[in-house]
Design a protein around this ligand. Structure first.
Ligand SMILES: [Zn+2]
Length: 279
């Protein structure tokens, strides 16, 4: 419905990016409002590694960061061509991930079970859900869990413009930072629908794409026993398990965790969260 509007916006962004590139080449800073031609100070060599562009406007005001490595290069992961599907590590290590939340009906019970067994997990949250449930993100931080970016409103990213995808991802990182205390270092595309733009933007926003190895398909509510069975049959070193703590009735997912988590631990699995090799 707003196609023209979006096109115009997109074109404006592209024009801005091109102007930025040209300005960078010429060594003249010609962007911004009010016709200012003042050159910004170059980024300090020792700029903090966590310094990533915060907003599209801020991003465009750094002409030399649009293409090529930015001053925050150490924090920027490589642009992947496909998501990570498993984690590497020694021993029988597995990762549990919970998507689409947080949801006050189910997430607290998931957190309770994880706490009972002193286990850390990953939560790929949607920004919109997170904005309503900041207390749950604070609890995740307190209890050592990792919060990843699962976009703001869970759209199919592959149908969206670059600017729309950036907005979905960036707003989510902003709300995660506000509620959890850190910007996410991992992201996961809704429906596992990745494309080159999502990988590029993920890298620009300092995040690695993480998919999964074992899909419990718990969102189909196949029954608690079926979910438990899928996790136990799929269990192996390096496996990343996908389940959900929001998006519908997730009581089966909550009950399944209470069953498979102690069983995995009894089988000698170490349930943990992945660590990035570079920060
Ligand atoms: Zn999802």
């Amino acid at each position: 419905m707003k196609k023209d509007q979006l096109f115009t916006r997109r074109r404006a962004l592209l024009t801005g990016a091109l102007a930025a590139g040209a300005a960078g080449t010429a060594g003249v800073f010609a962007l911004g409002t009010g016709g200012t031609s003042k050159a910004p100070a170059p980024p300090a060599a020792g700029a903090p590694a966590h310094r990533v562009p915060q907003k599209p406007s801020a991003y465009r005001l750094q002409p030399l960061t649009g293409y090529g490595p930015p001053h925050a290069a150490p924090a920027r992961p490589p642009v992947r061509r496909e998501p990570l599907l498993r984690i590497s590590g020694r021993g029988n290590t597995m990762v549990l991930t919970f998507d689409d939340g947080p949801d006050p009906r189910y997430t607290p019970a998931v957190l309770d079970t994880l706490r009972e067994y002193d286990v850390r997990a990953m939560f790929f949250v949607c920004g919109e859900m997170a904005s309503y449930n900041k207390d749950l993100l604070a609890r995740m931080a307190d209890e050592g869990h990792v919060v990843g970016n699962h976009t703001w409103s869970h759209p199919l990213l592959t149908t969206m413009s670059r600017a729309q995808i950036r907005s979905e991802m960036e707003r989510t990182s902003d709300v995660v930072e506000a509620a959890y205390g850190e910007r996410p270092q991992w992201f996961r595309a809704p429906y596992g629908a990745w494309n080159r733009t999502t990988f590029q933007l993920g890298s620009e926003l300092g995040m690695e794409p993480l998919a999964w190895t074992v899909d419990t398909e718990d969102w189909t509510t196949p029954g608690t026993a079926v979910i438990v069975d899928r996790v136990e049959k799929g269990a192996a070193p390096g496996v990343v398990v996908l389940s959900h703590d929001a998006g519908g009735d997730r009581s089966q997912s909550v009950r399944a965790l209470r069953s498979y988590l102690p069983q995995l631990l009894d089988s000698g699995y170490h349930i943990t969260v992945p660590r990035r090799q570079y920060i």
